[in-house]
Design a protein around this ligand. Structure first.
Ligand SMILES: NC(=O)c1ccc[n+]([C@@H]2O[C@H](COP(=O)([O-])OP(=O)(O)OC[C@H]3O[C@@H](n4cnc5c(N)ncnc54)[C@H](OP(=O)(O)O)[C@@H]3O)[C@@H](O)[C@H]2O)c1
Length: 345
């Protein structure tokens, strides 16, 4: 089969190479999927930049979400059959014509569901659903702050928070993203390149108004976000996009990251009644597969009922041909993508 492993860290145009690899064999509860397309995730950009510690040694086939048809089953698979069209969470191995996934991490989807939409459900919406439904309790009119509101996870968070009737404030990096975040349902949008989001929120809503903040940027952004939490409020930290701005290697970047987050004092957090949740969906899938399965099932149901609508990029409807893998990576890296993007064979 054709696969597109990461062969060297750095520039998207030199990082991937087409290689001929053996088709893997599923065992136990695994299924083999003939891949139509795979999703791109910001973690892939971090991996390509050598900043993602879970990445296997190079050459490494990246990829967390795929759409395709099941062509073989491990001996313990119970609920899926050959020929089913599924979206699946993979643990790497997605940038290839065939990929392996665990049965619990697959969901059947209709023939009409586009690859980008399905991949956004599996990764971005499952991440958002975990945070909003399993990690905290949001009530009507609670104020929540979603950073990167026109991104994959951000746009999912806005939709899920609005279902809870929360008051959603979001930050975005450009004017066109601002329009999109409003269309998705955000009540207020702050263009962080023009306004300091902390000052602006304090001006409009007073000190410490936020019941929940969702932050995948990290560093100073995290510190400012923490300072906006009301007593009993929760910050979900689910990424460190800021790392990609660092010019140093992984070690220097790691040190800068730690310093950027600042000092956290548990007694002070306790006094303030603040909650901090670290989110890593790979860990949820590895250590709590039943919970992961529950989240995936809930997300697919919400989609089938028309209650959520993944945001996909407008270029090629978010589905780039494999020949444009590097370009698609660059779009995500340079913050030009809007919503989910995927790559199709
Ligand atoms: N913990 C988990 O399990 C988990 C699972 C999925 C995703 N994630 C994380 O969630 C975040 C969103 O992922 P996604 O795949 O949906 O990507 P995305 O949000 O579609 O794209 C990333 C967005 O982040 C914003 N951003 C802010 N600072 C940035 C920086 N320094 N460099 C690049 N982008 C920056 C940009 O939006 P603006 O232009 O509006 O700033 C950009 O469009 C990523 O950090 C990812 O690692 C975590």
């Amino acid at each position: 089969m054709k696969a597109f492993p990461l062969i060297r860290y750095g520039n998207a145009h030199e990082a991937f190479e087409e290689r001929e690899l053996d088709v893997p064999t599923p065992t136990g509860t695994e299924v083999l999927i003939k891949v139509e397309g795979f999703g791109l995730n910001f973690a892939d950009v971090m991996a390509r930049r050598g900043l993602y510690q879970d990445t296997p040694p190079l050459p490494a086939v990246l990829g967390y979400d795929v759409v395709g048809t099941i062509t073989a089953l491990g001996e313990k698979v119970q609920h899926l059959k050959i020929g089913d069209r599924v979206v699946a969470l993979t643990r790497f191995g997605g940038y290839a014509q065939y990929s392996i996934a665990q049965e619990f991490a697959c969901a059947k989807i209709t023939l009409e569901t586009p690859v980008s939409v399905a991949c956004a459900l599996a990764t971005q919406f499952c991440t958002a659903q975990y945070m909003i439904e399993k990690s905290m309790r949001i009530l009507e009119n609670d104020k929540v702050l979603v950073h990167s509101g026109a991104g994959g996870v951000g746009s999912a968070l806005i939709q899920l928070a609005k279902r809870k009737k929360a008051y959603v404030i979001t930050t975005v990096g450009s004017k066109n993203k601002s329009e999109i975040a409003k269309k998705i349902g955000a009540d207020e949008v702050i263009l962080y390149s023009e306004e300091d989001f902390k000052k602006e929120i304090e001006l409009r809503h007073g000190l410490k108004p936020m019941m929940a903040v969702f932050d995948a940027i990290g560093g100073k952004n995290f510190r400012k976000s923490m300072s906006l939490l009301m007593p009993s409020g929760t910050l979900c930290a689910y990424g460190v996009a800021e790392n990609t701005q660092s010019k140093g290697g992984p070690l220097l970047t790691g040190i800068k990251t730690l310093l950027g987050f600042g000092f956290l004092s548990p007694p002070l957090m306790m006094m303030n009644g603040n909650n901090l949740i670290g989110v890593n969906m790979l860990r949820v899938a590895d250590h709590h597969p039943l919970l992961f399965k529950e989240i995936l099932t809930e997300v697919i149901e919400l989609f089938n009922q028309g209650q959520i609508k993944p945001l996909v990029d407008t270029v090629h409807n978010g589905q780039f041909p494999i020949s444009q893998l590097a370009m698609a990576h660059e779009l995500l890296e340079t913050r030009k993508s809007i919503g989910k993007i995927s790559v199709i064979f």
